[in-house]
Design a protein around this ligand. Structure first.
Ligand SMILES: NC(=O)c1ccc[n+]([C@@H]2O[C@H](COP(=O)([O-])OP(=O)(O)OC[C@H]3O[C@@H](n4cnc5c(N)ncnc54)[C@H](OP(=O)(O)O)[C@@H]3O)[C@@H](O)[C@H]2O)c1
Length: 293
């Protein structure tokens, strides 16, 4: 019988890609995607029954309150979902591989190019809850935390990725302000999914960083997308973090990824490089079946 992998947050951006790419990157696994519609992960008794009935051989935990603004607005709910749920699932998975998707937002963003040994210092509720969850997960030396970054892709309802957010705003006639002095190293969800599936097979638990090999400002990211999303053309406005109002945002979350790179069968691409080889229109730019990169 094939080993079973549970993917939480299966209706979310990255969870969807993990489920959809499994036949290509994890053909030996029987994958059970759990969305909120299947199971509310804060319902502890139901979660325990589900673990007992599925008897997973591995868990990839993607479910989260992932929007920074939502976490600032409701820190208790952020703690419940991001910390308590994660700690509970890790405990239920104590004898099997458990991979938790965390975020570069555990850093304050003052220096950039963070490695796994650099000291986290979150500056918002989201980052704080992710860091607390990491600490709970890494108590088990067989478990894994992967800090990921700004993720591009498409989702069922078109309301998950930053690219979808930008396009929705532009189509609604709104300007999209992008900071020229805020830096990220974006990756497509398809690349993240492939790397995570390879990590499952590697059986090398621990803490990993997974970001694109190219550091870009938000403004550069927007400009890069223009040939694929002409609707953004007259809507992008160059801004500065100096003018930011709202929840605190780390300025530079570029990540050093040599540790995970050593385990992967493919080279982690830069965002511009990856997009350069993609079809411009009519096909899904973020197609998960194309592994040519
Ligand atoms: N996307 C990024 O740019 C990015 C960057 C860094 C780190 N990450 C991390 O990577 C992971 C996956 O991100 P993502 O972009 O795929 O997030 P996402 O699209 O927001 O998906 C998260 C999923 O978790 C589900 N969920 C939340 N609370 C739940 C609960 N109580 N019970 C069951 N399901 C629940 C959500 O369901 P609903 O749809 O019903 O709310 C959603 O489908 C998250 O841990 C996130 O923090 C993401």
């Amino acid at each position: 019988m094939a080993p079973r992998a549970i993917i939480t947050g299966a209706a979310g951006l990255i969870g969807q890609y993990l489920v959809n790419t499994a036949p290509r990157w994890a053909p030996g696994w029987d994958v059970q995607g759990l969305s909120r519609a299947h199971l509310d992960l804060t319902d502890r008794a139901n979660v325990e029954r589900t673990w007992q009935s599925i008897k997973p051989n591995a868990v990839i935990h993607c479910a989260a309150l992932s929007r920074t603004k939502a976490c600032e607005q409701d820190p208790e709910q952020a703690r419940r979902i991001n910390v308590e749920v994660t700690a509970h699932l890790a405990q239920l998975s104590q004898n099997i591989p458990f991979i938790f998707l965390s975020s570069g937002e555990v850093f304050d963003g003052k220096t950039g190019w963070y490695g796994e040994t650099d000291e986290p210092n979150p500056i918002n509720v989201y980052g704080q809850t992710k860091l607390e969850a990491e600490q709970a997960v890494l108590q088990n030396p067989e478990h894994t935390v992967v800090r990921i970054v700004l993720t591009a892709g498409t989702s069922q309802n078109g309301d998950r990725s930053f690219v979808e957010d930008m396009c929705r705003a532009a189509k609604a006639g709104k300007d999209v302000t992008l900071y020229a002095d805020e830096f990220r190293c974006p990756l497509p969800a398809a690349v993240i999914a492939r790397a995570i599936w390879e990590l499952v097979d590697c059986k090398q638990p621990g803490l990993y960083h997974l970001g694109g090999s190219e550091r870009l400002s938000r403004w550069e990211i927007g400009e890069t997308l223009l040939p694929w999303y002409p609707e953004l053309k007259s809507r992008l406005v160059k801004g500065s973090v100096q003018d930011h109002v709202g929840s605190p945002r780390p300025a530079d979350l570029s990540l050093r990824c040599d540790k995970i790179q050593r385990l992967l069968s493919f080279r982690i691409p830069g965002f511009r490089e990856w997009l350069a080889g993609r079809p411009r229109r009519g096909e899904d730019v973020w197609d998960y079946l194309d592994g040519s990169w």
